[in-house]
Design a protein around this ligand. Structure first.
Ligand SMILES: [Cu+2]
Length: 362
């Protein structure tokens, strides 16, 4: 906490999630939360009377903007294998080499580093990160490829990379013997198997602390190239939350780290085009998270391990570490809200908008 700048949480007393709601009315989080806070704090007045003017001014979304210079949630949506970096920069972190059997060797440079990340305008969280960002870079391969991850721990604590998927025990990054100490390195190597939507995270103990500090990312393993998924506009959403005062409760929730970011910068999609959303739940402390999309339904491929959807719904529940591929096609132009159906999560930042535009709109 000491290294956090512009931190709005007082350090000298326990700070509950309810207190955060009240504080947010004074600070920089969301107008919607401010309205809630004034009702909560209005002991002297009728809640109805107290809430009237606040409702008029409670446009949802944060006041102010985060810096997107280093981490831009819009770019993160459609970036994998460091595709958000140009030529030489990308080659420093990612290389692919065709193999004789038609598969690829994919090599990654992943490093752990302590770094503050801005999770709401002016609110900085002292994160532990992979490659300086939360979530870490999305890894993407085709089933049968070989993955080689060169991991360097530049952080101040022992860390690991623990991948979900088939691999040998020595590549699991979970036991005390697997810990990579500060300034040490380890090479993880395994085959991309099975196809689906997976994840990686640190597995050093205490586990929930190492995960919630920001050490996690998405892994997309595409089906074999002979049987690909249909072309689509593809988006990665990692559901996460931040315990800013370390009381084992989250104060800020998001899809892709920045509270309410996509309320200010709606995700642009095309009417009539298939949209595929890779949703991974990496929220700590709360057992269940969810995603609800307004005005439409989507097909659900749980864990992404089948080509046939298991259900069609407008709300999906995900336990910690659970993930799903969602597919839908927007029928109408306009703004469509999406958010956690846990209302408290939504009001604390896990909310956004899709902006659907006609195919030929510029
Ligand atoms: Cu760790």
């Amino acid at each position: 906490m000491a290294q956090s700048r512009n931190h709005v949480i007082p350090q000298n007393r326990p700070w509950s999630r309810r207190a955060w709601l009240r504080l947010a009315g004074l600070g920089s989080l969301t107008g919607g939360v401010a309205a809630v806070s004034q009702v909560t704090a209005g002991e002297q007045q009728s809640p109805v009377v107290a809430s009237m003017p606040d409702h008029l001014g409670s446009a949802m979304g944060p006041v102010g903007r985060v810096s997107t210079e280093f981490f831009d949630p819009t770019r993160f949506l459609r970036a994998w294998n460091f595709s958000d970096l140009a030529g030489d920069d990308r080659a420093r972190f990612y290389r692919e080499t065709p193999r004789s059997d038609g598969t690829m060797l994919r090599e990654y440079e992943i490093f752990a580093v302590d770094r503050e990340v801005e999770i709401a305008p002016g609110v900085f969280f002292p994160a532990w990160t992979y490659n300086g960002q939360v979530p870490g870079p999305t890894i993407r391969a085709t089933a049968g490829d070989q993955l080689r991850i060169n991991f360097v721990n530049q952080g101040s604590h022992p860390h690991t990379l623990h991948f979900h998927g088939w691999h040998s025990p020595d590549m699991d990054g979970s036991l005390p013997a697997h810990q990579v100490l500060p300034d040490e390195r380890f090479v993880y190597e395994f085959e991309a198997d099975p196809f689906g939507l997976h994840l990686y995270h640190c597995h050093a103990s205490p586990l929930k602390r190492h995960i919630h500090k920001g050490l996690y990312g998405a892994v997309i393993i595409d089906p074999p190239s002979e049987t690909p998924r249909p072309p689509a506009d593809e988006l990665v959403m990692v559901l996460n939350a931040f315990d800013t005062n370390f009381d084992a409760e989250n104060e800020v929730y998001a899809a892709n780290t920045v509270a309410s970011f996509y309320m200010q910068e709606p995700i642009r999609v095309k009417v009539g085009q298939l949209v595929r959303i890779y949703v991974v739940n990496l929220t700590e402390f709360d057992l269940v998270n969810s995603m609800h999309l307004h005005g439409m339904f989507f097909d659900v491929f749980r864990t992404g391990t089948t080509m046939v959807p298991s259900e069609s719904t407008d709300t999906i529940m995900l336990c910690q570490g659970e993930r799903a591929i969602l597919e839908t096609t927007f029928r109408y132009p306009g703004d469509f809200m999406f958010h956690a159906h846990q209302s408290e999560f939504a009001e604390l930042g896990w909310m956004g908008l899709f902006r659907a535009e006609d195919q030929h709109a510029t």
